[in-house]
Design a protein around this ligand. Sequence first.
Ligand code: CTP
Length: 409
Amino acid sequence: MHPSLTLHGKRILLIIGGGIAAYKSLDLIRQIKKHGGAVRVVMTKAAQEFVTPLSAASLSGHKAYTELFSLNDEAEMGHIELSRSADLVVVAPATADIIAKQAHGLANDLASTLLLATDKRVLNAPAMNLRMWLHPATQRNVTQLTADGTLFIGPDEGEMACGEYGPGRMAEPLDIVAAIAAALQGAHILPLPNQPLAGKRVIITSGPTHEPIDPVRYIANRSSGKQGHALAAAAVKAGAEVVLISGPVALPDPDGAQVQHVNTAREMLAAVEAALPADMFISTAAVADWRVEDAGTHKLKKDKGEMPALHLVENPDILATIAQRRDQRPHLVVGFAAETDHVLDHARAKLARKGCDLIVANDVSAAGGVMGGDANEITLVTAAGLEPWPRLSKTEVAEKLIAHFAGLL
Ligand code: CTP
């Protein structure tokens, strides 16, 4: 069981709609209970064609409710009471019919009456034929319900019971449990199964910095920005709101990221600080360690007969500054250590010196072709130990790192 998925002490009213996915709702009852929640089950008439009230009752440990007009049920628990004693109402599978009834406020059976009478949030896990899902009427209803504050998880894409392929499969029970946990914590955007960073803000630095020597010359390094930009793209794909602060690179801005272009280390630090608060900071940039103290406004000339002496001063350490902030320190601060020798020793030392939570160490000696290349071979370094990864493309590294960081959040 994932610790963040605890539903301890929470009461879920589960409405099972009539669809082939109803069999998965029996597993959902088990998973809710396994994660500490209590479940009361209501079944529509159509749902009972797919699973029996007896199965739902056996798994939930309570009678499954099916009838709107039943004196017994009204004596035990009125329908208003049933919908209000829960912490969250979950509709799984949510058929096109139940979604339409919610959108239009119909109340002609127990399920729809409960949905209209409830004062609790409602989470729908839609499941239907993909053409029914894509139909403008259903999409209109979903848009209306979303505007009303109703939550949705899924549908997933895949092969359907009817043999067609597309969006329409009910989300997996464990993903619904994760959505229930998020909804109970007040989330307005639910993490989709492949969007573990939904609702999270991530700041990423990428590329080199250019430190002026004079108006036409600068100090730079070989960083291409490929790894940082790939991380930004992966974080966008994972559902995060991404601020990418990029030094000068020859790469296009990743779609969906808010990109800020800077030149120097000091500009980069100011941009990162202005982008706070955030849930995560990933410092991929190869920040120049030094800058020329008195980079003038005049081009240095060689006609004086002697070599100009450049007086270098140290740049601010962006990673250390952010990692050691007292206020607005992101929950997860990640650095990179590009080394040519004693990679892991240096990485461990950097982890401690900078105060970040994790260092991604890589060997950038010329033989590996990492700097500027498309592949990367990294080792994760934390206070707890080392985790070497195989050689992968920078895109694969980025996607796996983002999934890993999302788990740490
Ligand atoms: N870094 C930073 N600001 C700096 C220097 C480095 O934010 N002025 C960050 C990098 O983005 C990276 C990490 O610190 O995440 C390590 O960078 P690296 O260049 O490997 O280390 P340095 O701090 O420069 O240390 P050294 O010169 O000893 O290698």
